[in-house]
Design a protein around this ligand. Structure first.
Ligand code: WT7
Length: 652
């Protein structure tokens, strides 16, 4: 059972910013009517958006809603890679799809024609090594052009891709490969990060020791160091595509055929494979991309500075922008390499017009100082976006002033891996902006704020953010676990109401202010991490008996991870061991999951049924007054832990 959402005090933020007049004049969405149209005829609204795509066969029905199961564009047929590539070949073959920049400074400029040809060659090669419609292909690489190429090649032949973020460690990769029973892994020798090589193939080799379903690993040469290639299993990408044709017949997919799986952390249990399908997903991401980022594809240079390993990159680096014939930037490396102005140098060099990034990045830019953006001409920018966590008003104002030159609207976009597309957001030519608020639901989206009993809460109060009716890009299930889909998202308030897991407050104007997750999932630097995975990694260490992971607010990363750990009886805990445990988590999950603080304790507070009371630990970690401890089986331990936690806080 979820706990009540944290009802935070009202943010005292009253600034409002109207859309700049010039922006308004040229905006694609330029009138409130769009909200009314979608409200009056939801299916008609989405059908007219779907008509912008190429369908080999038109749908017979727009929406089928058997709560909690949903289908969009029933009977329709299309191929996503055809819509992202072939469809543009007559009109804009020479338009740049990606300006790619490697971290060391190398560049590639890939037109729609070139991207099409490369995708076809790789799709043919994948077919040749036996990849068929419906098969699962894992992709584990850095931000290089072969990443979207691999995704589109899978889409072309009807295989599902499962992209695993290149910053994850071998163990996390292995779990994800095994959950989806992937047959092929596409990876690279390495990737560049802050001047160092991330040894991707080496991690992949470790993962593959425990991944029996993988038949082949395809390896892109990027960093060029020696890697071991297992004969028969491992294939070089450049050898594999040699001689392949630049045409490749695309599979004719049903609108409801799966497009991809993307793993995201859950509150309990192992990572969830979020399953997205074809027609509704592409309609949803292309529509939101076009209207929210006000895409004028002839002139815009769009930069979503996320990693394709997260859903943001899937929807707004790959599928949305390509479906809209957009020119995008793709950058391989770190924002502070070789110096802290790398992003601004790229904005200047390519004349970026739209930049979409995360609050955690914006806070880092703030910390580094305004002299870095000031050193560059950023007058090409006309629109800014934010995603991943609530953006605090100071960071919003800094972004507005120092990056946007007080002329670029900021779209604070709320959504999730599960929603596939942005759902709560300003439309930049229409919406009055409030720093810190994601403002209002996208046309056709019905968001609400409910209390514990499922009643809408009055303005100003906090509650559960829910969605009351379907949208086309929503996930269809959890891969291999439909019962978890029902249980986790559609049971709290019944099968018709989607539970987002976020807390939210609505103000007197009806604008939404997100308050963060209400469950045990943490949001660190804009990435959702599960307490469960980190606890499992800790317990994996030979010294550890049990652990509970919580978070506390952190000015730099949003939330910081605090782990409570009980050691095995014969183990002596010291600073060296704490360091070792932190590294162990980094090795098993990735550096981002490394606990900020570890508190060694004799025991953990538990209910009588043996459930760890994370809520109490969270209060301890945050130095808050403790609530009711009467249900505890071992109340005395809480006092002990509190003392240790406050000692740790003082040391910091
Ligand atoms: C969670 C989803 C959507 C892509 C990135 C993360 C938080 C996301 C916002 C925002 C406040 C936000 C929510 C959400 N979140 N965008 N604009 N304002 N919170 O995808 O890993 O699935 O995480 O990120 O808590 O539930 P994700």
């Amino acid at each position: 059972m979820s706990e009540p959402p944290k009802i935070l005090a009202l943010l005292h933020e009253h600034r409002v910013i109207d859309p700049p007049e010039e922006f308004q004049r040229n905006a694609i969405a330029d009138s409130e009517d769009i909200y009314e149209e979608a409200e009056a005829d939801l299916e008609g609204f989405w059908a007219s958006q779907a008509e912008r795509l190429h369908w080999s066969q038109r749908w017979t029905r727009v929406l089928e809603w058997n709560p909690p199961w949903v289908k969009w564009f029933i009977g329709g047929r299309l191929n996503v890679s055809v819509n992202c590539l072939d469809r543009h070949l007559d009109s804009i073959p020479d338009r740049v799809a990606y300006y790619w920049e490697g971290e060391p400074g190398d560049e590639r400029r890939i037109t729609y024609r070139e991207l099409h040809d490369e995708v076809c060659r790789f799709a043919n090669a994948l077919r040749r090594i036996g990849v068929r419609r419906g098969d699962r292909v894992a992709i584990y690489m850095g931000m290089i052009p072969e990443l979207p190429i691999a995704m589109l090649a899978c889409a072309r032949i009807g295989a599902l891709h499962s992209v695993v973020f290149g910053g994850f460690a071998a163990e996390a990769l292995k779990d994800r490969i095994n959950d989806a029973s992937a047959e092929v892994l596409i990876t690279a020798d390495g990737g560049w990060r802050r001047g160092d090589i991330v040894p991707l193939k080496q991690s992949a080799d470790e993962a593959l020791e425990g991944s029996p379903t993988i038949r082949h690993a395809v390896v892109v040469r990027r960093t060029g160091q020696d890697v071991s290639m297992q004969s028969g299993r491992d294939l070089w990408y450049h050898e594999l595509i040699e001689g392949e044709d630049t045409e490749c017949p695309a599979e004719d997919m049903d609108s409801e055929d799966p497009l991809y799986v993307l793993y995201t952390s859950g509150t309990t249990g192992k990572p969830k494979g979020i399953l997205h399908t074809t027609g509704g997903y592409l309609t949803g991401v292309s529509t939101t991309h076009r209207l929210i980022f006000d895409i004028h594809p002839e002139t815009d240079v769009f930069w979503c500075a996320a990693d394709i390993g997260w859903v943001t990159g899937h929807s707004y680096i790959v599928y949305g922008p390509l479906a809209n014939g957009t020119t995008s930037i793709m950058y391989e490396g770190a924002p502070n390499f070789p110096d802290k102005d790398r992003l601004w140098a790229i904005v200047e060099k390519y004349g970026v017009t739209i930049l979409y990034t995360a609050p955690t990045a914006i806070r880092a830019f703030m910390k580094w100082g305004e002299r870095y953006p000031k050193a560059h001409d950023m007058s090409s920018l006309r629109l800014l976006g934010s995603v991943g966590e609530p953006i605090n008003p100071e960071a919003w104002m800094w972004y507005w002033t120092h990056i946007g030159g007080e002329r670029c609207p900021i779209v604070d976009t709320w959504w999730q891996t599960e929603t596939g597309m942005i759902l709560i957001t300003p439309l930049p030519g229409i919406t009055r902006l409030k720093p810190g608020s994601a403002t209002r639901p996208f046309p056709g989206i019905q968001a609400d704020v409910l209390d514990e009993s499922g009643n809408p809460v009055p303005p100003g109060a906090g509650g559960y953010l829910v969605l009351r009716r379907p949208w086309p890009a929503q996930f269809r299930t959890i891969y291999g676990a439909p019962e978890r889909y029902v249980e986790q998202y559609f049971s709290r308030f019944g099968p018709e109401i989607y539970l987002t897991g976020d807390g939210v407050k609505r103000d007197d104007d009806g604008d939404f202010w997100l308050l963060g997750r209400i469950d045990d999932v943490m949001n660190v630097s804009g990435h959702r991490l599960s307490t469960y995975e980190i606890e499992s990694a800790l317990v994996d260490h030979t010294a550890v008996a049990e652990s509970a992971v919580v978070s506390r607010p952190d000015p730099a990363t949003g939330e910081a991870i605090v782990a409570f750990v009980t050691l095995k009886a014969d183990v002596e805990g010291d600073e060296a061991l704490i360091g070792e445990l932190r590294e162990h988590v980094a090795k098993m999950i990735g550096k981002i999951a490394r606990p900020h603080g570890i508190i060694l304790t004799e025991d953990l507070p538990k209910t009588r049924s043996g459930k760890i009371m994370r809520r109490l630990l969270r209060d301890v970690a945050r130095g808050q007054a403790l609530g009711d401890v009467s249900t505890l089986a071992n109340a005395e331990i809480v006092k002990e832990i509190s003392t240790m936690a406050s000692e740790m806080a003082e040391e910091e």
